[in-house]
Design a protein around this ligand. Structure first.
Ligand SMILES: *Cc1c(COP(=O)(O)O)cnc(C)c1O
Length: 219
């Protein structure tokens, strides 16, 4: 069943769009099934849970941290995390750099933009994103690489609203990409809105419940 869901979603994805299978709250056995069906990129939103799963599952999985970061826990994932989607302040970026350095790695990060109407969703303003990317302080962080942007739209049925939010992020993405060849990834779209995300220029979608089924508790 889970493997069928995966195949169906993959049929909907253009070649240039990367799928992150969001496995938060889901057991190892379910992740193994999706892995066996060919998926290699998985997303988690809690560092400790991701570390536990990393230790139990095949080592060719690329683990993406998609949740809000607790700075004091960055050290637990620094040796293996493949991409961090939810960076929303400079202090966190500094901590990622420090921990990456200890492992002699360069960790790829996305800056999370605040595009939703709800103020409960984390993220930087567009101005703050441009400031960070242009800052001298950033050039001093040799062990992080900002490779793009991430955004979450308002939780609503109003497709025009979602489209407006995704399109505004795409406009910023294009502007930054023109100046900075490292900016390649636009992480935008979840189970409920990934087709809209793709229509608006997403290059990476984060899909959980449409693959694994609904979660038992809200996170
Ligand atoms: C949980 C989560 C997702 C996946 O949500 P679904 O609606 O289950 O696809 C995507 N992105 C983030 C940041 C999440 O926390």
């Amino acid at each position: 069943m889970i493997a069928e869901n995966l195949q169906e979603i993959k049929l909907n994805l253009p070649k240039n769009v990367t799928l992150v299978a969001v496995s938060k709250t889901k057991p190892i056995i379910d992740i193994q099934e999706v892995y066996n069906a060919g998926q290699r990129i998985f997303g988690e939103n809690r560092i400790q849970e991701m570390v536990d799963k990393y230790e139990k599952l095949p080592k060719d999985i690329k683990w993406h941290m998609i949740g809000h970061l607790q700075r004091n826990k960055v050290k637990y994932m620094a040796h293996f995390v493949d991409l961090i989607h939810g960076v929303d302040d400079f202090k966190t970026l500094k901590e990622i750099d420090k921990q990456a350095k200890k492992h002699n790695r360069i960790i790829n990060c996305l800056l999370q933009a605040h595009i939703a109407e709800e103020d409960t969703k984390f993220g930087l303003s567009f101005n703050e994103i441009e400031e960070i990317l242009a800052s001298k302080e950033l050039t001093e962080l040799k062990n992080v690489n900002i490779t793009g942007l991430m955004g979450m739209a308002t939780f609503t049925d109003d497709k025009e609203q979602i489209k407006k939010e995704f399109s505004s992020l795409k406009t910023l993405f294009d502007k930054l990409q023109n100046k900075n060849p490292n900016i390649k990834t636009l992480s935008m779209g979840m189970s409920g809105d990934y087709l809209l995300g793709i229509n608006c220029g997403s290059t990476m979608v984060r899909i959980g419940s449409s693959i694994f089924g609904s979660r038992n508790y809200i996170v």
